[in-house]
Design a protein around this ligand. Structure first.
Ligand code: NAD
Ligand code: UFG
Length: 332
């Protein structure tokens, strides 16, 4: 039985579907800070299997203790956290409290309950501003440009120190590149509150007429078309990566895996791919660079391929089609 924190969120809900479909029992914990409870019956609708759901905070040690007492949890997948890079600059304490303190409270409760297997949602941002792509897991962590990024790097360090202190712990640190897309059922996906910060939901909201036009932040980067390059991966592939990473928890210690496709795609290519997949145009204009953006990065994916037998299988076309299906559902 697996506990997924942040289990009603964008990535957590797709992980829940993947685990239930593979026969795992699943418990979800989420305080609904950035998601809604109606995701729970949707997960059941997709899989035909129910997950237990607790509405509560990952910083609530008593709640965690009671969940661990009531359910025979074998491992925890820790997705709960705050993730808006810009907001983390203006509200650093909230980000360190939820992301860092929340992870520590979780690990303390796990240790008390004798559960020492954890998968952590980290981010490619921990490679830092100096790193040269492709990012390889053997590279050290670099300097992050936001408290959000620093909070992920700090938790990675905490987990590495925890594993070094006690050989019973096994932790898989998964560094996500840019997850996009939605479940092909159209029942779950990303629902940003207010105006989206991220590219994919922005593109789909412009296409749906919810927003007037996309601003492409910078067309003077040293890339093929001057726009930034990222490694976008389908959220269903990402969810599969978590299911297979459970195997890595059979070996003690901390291990790090990039989850990406290994392919860099520019902002302009993303706009073109969306229109090609959906036949819907996306109004855009070039705007100045956004503070803190790196020109280009993508993953080295060999480690996950070799050690987990995982690789992304969905195409850019799948990512666009599934995003658009979900967007039409969301704005219907
Ligand atoms: P999300 O906001 O959709 O999901 C996070 C969930 O955590 C939300 O449902 C939210 O309500 C919940 N939550 C927040 N604070 C909580 C708390 N104190 N207690 C309990 N639940 C809490 O975001 P997501 O995209 O699904 O991201 C999941 C994880 O992956 C996060 O840790 C995020 O930092 C990490 N990540 C995301 C991306 C991305 O681009 N989406 C990239 C790299 C890493
Ligand atoms: N972009 C635009 N216009 C927009 C939104 C984004 O041009 O309206 C551009 C950005 O400038 C960037 C690219 O689209 O070049 C991707 O931007 P996103 O905000 O979608 O993604 P980021 O790469 O900036 O950030 C993501 C996650 C972070 C994570 C980071 C590194 O949102 O959580 O990847 O893994 F830290």
């Amino acid at each position: 039985m697996i506990l997924v924190t942040g289990g009603t969120g964008y990535i957590g809900s797709h992980i829940a579907v993947e685990l239930l479909a593979a026969g795992h029992s699943v418990v979800l914990l989420d305080n609904l800070a950035n998601s809604v409870a109606s995701v729970v019956p949707r997960i059941e609708k997709i899989t035909g299997r129910a997950a237990a759901f607790y509405q509560g905070d990952v910083r609530d040690a008593a709640l965690l203790a009671s969940i661990f007492e009531q359910h025979p949890i074998d491992a925890v997948i820790h997705c709960a956290g705050l993730k808006a890079v810009g907001e983390s600059v203006t509200q650093p304490l909230a980000y360190y409290d939820t992301n860092v303190h929340g992870s520590i409270v979780l690990c303390q409760a796990m240790a008390k309950a004798g559960i020492k297997r954890l998968i952590f949602s980290s981010s490619a941002t921990v490679y830092g501003v100096e790193a040269i792509p492709p990012y390889v897991e053997t590279m050290g962590r670099g300097s992050c440009t936001s408290p959000y990024g620093t909070s992920k790097a700090m938790v990675e360090q905490v987990l590495e120190d925890l594993c070094a202190s006690d050989p019973e712990w096994s932790v898989a640190i998964l560094r996500y590149f840019n997850p996009i897309g939605a479940h092909p059922s159209g029942l779950i996906g990303e629902s940003p509150q207010g105006v989206p910060n991220n590219l994919m939901p922005y593109i789909s909201q412009v296409a749906a007429g919810v927003l007037p036009e996309l601003r492409v932040y910078g067309n003077d980067y040293p890339t093929q078309d001057g726009t930034c390059v990222r490694d976008y991966l389908h959220v269903v592939d990402l969810a599969v990566g978590h299911r297979v990473a459970l195997k890595a928890l059979e070996t003690p210690g901390a291990s790090h895996y990039n989850l990406g496709t290994g392919q860099g795609v520019s902002v302009k290519q993303m706009i073109d791919a969306f229109t090609q997949a959906t036949q819907v145009p996306v109004a855009f204009r070039y705007a100045p660079r956004r503070d803190g953006d790196l020109a280009a990065f993508w993953a080295s994916v060999e480690k996950a391929q070799q050690e987990l037998g995982w690789q992304a299988t969905k195409t850019l076309d799948d990512m666009m089609t599934d995003t658009w299906r979900w967007q039409q559902h969301a704005s219907a």
